[in-house]
Design a protein. Sequence first.
Length: 455
Amino acid sequence: MHSDIGIIGLGVMGKSLAMNMLNHEFKVSGYNRSFSSVQELIDKGYDQFYGFNDLVSFIDSLKSPKIVMLMVPAGEPVDQMIKKILPMLSKGDIIMDGGNSFFRDSERRSVALSHEGIYFYAVGVSGGEKGALLGPSIMPSGDKAIYPIVGKILETIAAKKDGEACCRYIGKLGSGHYVKMVHNGIEYADMQLIAESVLLLKAAGYDNDHISDLIASWNQGPIKSYLLDITVNILKEKEDDHHLVDKILDVSSHKGTGKWTSLQALEQDVNVSLIQAAFMARLMSNQASLRAAFSNDSLPKITIDPKLIHQAYKLGKLIAYAQGFALYQDASDQYGYDLDLEAIATIFRAGCIIQSELLEELRLVFKDEPHIENILLADRFKSWIIDNLDALRTVGSVAVNSGIPTPIYLEAATYLNQSHAFSLGANIIQAQRDYFGAHTFKRIDVEGSYHHEWE
Ligand code: 6PG
């Protein structure tokens, strides 16, 4: 049979990716811990799919060099599976990890496997179940020399935008998983911006159907996006004549990538306050005791023109993407990832969860200025900021004054207020540090570092 690729882990994503490959005429072998998932795929009747219930025959069924794609949960399961299959592989074979693995783990696996003569590819995959089946956005990293081998499969199954595959070689080691991690950070932020917008519109007296229509009207031009698209549908969805959203618990969870992005940004000394606010908002939704003790009986009422919320969303979204891409830019230098930000914007234009017309704008910015530190500095976004800043500030202050929690809007306003401020009060911080710790301070009038005897 000699399959082109073998997939281990036929859960939602693994199965969809396998079907995507089969639909593109690749021969695929499949293995899963419980055989029922393999059987499900066999039952679909693909004549180029070969299902196995033992790893040895699964690996044997692959043509050389063998390409094994792991679609198992991140963490321990990846290490365990690598340990199991390693003795069955030969030098030159390739292991790809298509899960949401932490990039440092991928880096470690990449180095360890290279000592065994095995290539390791860290492959970020975004697009959820539907994307995996119909065309995800794919971020592969590893040894560039073998990219043509894996790229042939990955670029074929990736989403296409303007005829271009939403899959590009990202860089060395775990950089593909790094890029996917930050993608998810941006995803958290955009989701939170939309959630807070809905909350504000509810407080302003609009019902689900009306909010759905309003959001549909926002969903055009440069902010047209998949996340707005699905929110329009979510708000309209009914179960037994009632809106389903109103029956969903006001508590959200996470699987780690937003937290990793938040921690990673601290590690790099880069401000991703919107991503962190979105993550913290998920944590706060789980603060059962505090919420039970203090929660109001109903949503406060506010008076606000929905146009202002639309404008605030537009600017908030730009800042969220700006912070995420600033993190990429920093990692590119700090970790020598040498990321091509134009390529990243290009492959995010379709297939992934954060796909949006905004990515095309970003692509154009990075095409002209590949090393721009922050996209907010681009001329292209000057009027985007100026025209919407007052609305963002108004939305934030209306929300605060009426007790509606909008952490991400407040962080967005704060980020721009800090950037636009005449002073941040940091001179006082310098003086305090010098006062108690002789840390010295820098002066306006002369160069150098100075200490003062304050007492
Ligand atoms: C994607 C998604 C996908 C997954 C998230 C959900 O790009 O396809 O990001 O990877 O749905 O990991 O993450 P949370 O469970 O942490 O919200």
